[in-house]
Design a protein around this ligand. Structure first.
Ligand code: AMP
Ligand code: GLY
Length: 426
């Protein structure tokens, strides 16, 4: 098969790494890819929302399968766009259609889906400018903290947790009256705050059946001790120690099954990943959010634990044969530590030369590149999150220690990483 993978982050580097290990994968194209994917396939010089170019590549390069990494092209309808072309009638696409991608693309859609299908989640109400005054009344009486969420995609920034009513009112006004998050915030979900501990569960579904991938926990805050601003993710671990078999069974019965059944009942076509962002509180799972894709950096720990042939899994998914598949997992612990550019998640510089990647010991560690670019034979930083060091270990502490040791072999100006990934499990 010729496969086209869309995206340019660590998630895509990890997917490319795994796909190219499959005998089913003849040629891999990545659009746009990064410096890490250069050695695994052919990087194409266009973005994930350039639908015309993506379609032309599928036709010209005789692509059999498109794997969509990030959410925006899914929410923008890449799956529908490609499959509606008669020349691409036999194309396999991993990623839901536009309607189903609303699970991530609209928080209000996701919340009403969960309510309709009795999936445990925080109580909520949605507001627009039209019922703005009702929103103010609602906020006045709401328990604290209270969570405000911009309805649409806001690059991971659209959630604000407010500790006081005054702060909540101000934020509500900023979102609705002053369009703080632009179009994405024209509708706001006001939600009850759930205390507890977060984890992520990943499912690949063909619309009828599903397989569960290894679970993970990511570390979203920029600074040690889970302090500082939210980021895309500073590290991840898998397995998650508190995700016991009985907890995973509860998650499957109360969250995964009702979600897949709910999609069917609502007539939503879904072939791809569902990423469940969960809060575990009092030994019960609650859905905080759905994503219609894999997580980053979660993919960089989940995929290295997957023993199956990923291309075969994807093929079975797109051909609705997931029922035949059993996921096999590497029992070792896998952790990743993300190295970022100084200043991230606020302003940071790009274009710094990265050296030392070739010195990393391949026995236990893998470097997955994130924001990098190959220029004149040099690997340069090209984003806030630059690369991550994934390591296998006997425990979380062991794997994280190996990652930190290996990261010392790599250098670029302004390189920063958290020292305490997995700290609560030591
Ligand atoms: P999201 O963009 O939906 O992933 O939300 C970002 C982060 O906000 C989540 O990872 C949680 O840490 C936090 N969060 C979102 N919703 C809630 C909630 N209802 N209760 C507590 N924390 C929340
Ligand atoms: N690391 C969180 C995400 O990918 O959404």
């Amino acid at each position: 098969m010729n496969i086209l993978l869309l995206g340019s982050g660590g998630r895509e580097h990890a997917l490319a790494w795994k796909l190219t290990q499959s005998p089913l994968c003849k040629n891999l194209f990545i659009a746009p890819g990064n410096a890490g994917t250069v050695s695994l396939g052919i990087n194409l010089p266009f973005g994930v929302n350039d639908f015309e170019q993506i379609r032309a590549t599928c036709i010209d390069e005789k692509i059999s399968m498109v794997v969509v990494g990030p959410e925006d092209p899914l929410v923008n309808g890449i799956t529908d766009f490609l499959l509606s072309d008669p020349r691409l009638a036999s194309l396999l696409v991993i990623g839901p259609d536009k309607n189903s991608a609303q699970l991530e693309g609209s928080k209000a859609f996701a919340k009403s889906f969960m309510q309709r299908h009795k999936i445990p989640t925080a109580a909520y109400k949605e507001f627009t400018l039209e019922n703005y005054k009702d929103g103010v009344d609602y906020l006045r009486d709401h328990s604290l903290p209270v969570v405000l969420k911009a309805d649409g995609l806001a690059a991971g920034k659209g959630v604000v947790i407010c500790g006081t009513t005054v702060e909540a009112m101000a934020e509500f006004e900023l979102m609705l009256q002053r369009a703080k998050f632009g179009e994405a915030g024209r509708k706001v979900v006001v939600e009850e705050y759930l205390p507890g501990i977060e984890m992520s569960v990943f499912v690949l579904t063909d619309g009828a059946d599903y397989v569960i991938f290894p679970e993970a926990k990511d570390y979203k805050r920029a600074k040690e001790g889970d302090k500082g601003p939210n980021t895309g993710g500073m590290g991840a671990v898998s397995p998650v120690p508190f995700a016991t078999p009985s907890m995973m069974k509860k998650i499957e019965d109360k969250v995964i099954k009702p979600t897949v059944d709910g999609l069917k009942k609502d007539g939503l076509v879904y072939q791809g990943f569902i990423f469940f962002g969960l809060m575990i509180f009092n030994e019960e799972p609650f859905v905080i959010e759905y994503n219609c894709r894999m997580g980053d950096p979660e993919t960089e720990v989940v995929i290295p634990r997957l023993k199956n042939d990923l291309a075969e899994l994807f093929k079975a998914c797109a051909e609705k044969r997931l029922k035949e598949i059993k996921v096999e997992t590497d029992p070792r612990t896998v952790c990743t530590v993300v190295a970022v550019s100084a200043g991230y998640p606020a302003d940071y510089q790009k274009g710094k030369e990265i050296t030392g990647i070739e010195n990393v010991n391949p026995e236990d560690s893998i470097v997955f590149q994130m924001g990098t670019q190959l220029k004149d034979g040099k690997i340069l930083t090209n984003g806030g999150r630059v690369l991550c060091m994934t390591s296998y270990g006997r425990s979380i502490f062991d794997a994280v220690s190996i990652s930190k040791e290996e990261l010392e072999k790599i250098y670029y100006e302004g390189m920063i990483y958290r020292q305490d990934i997995g700290y609560e499990f030591e």
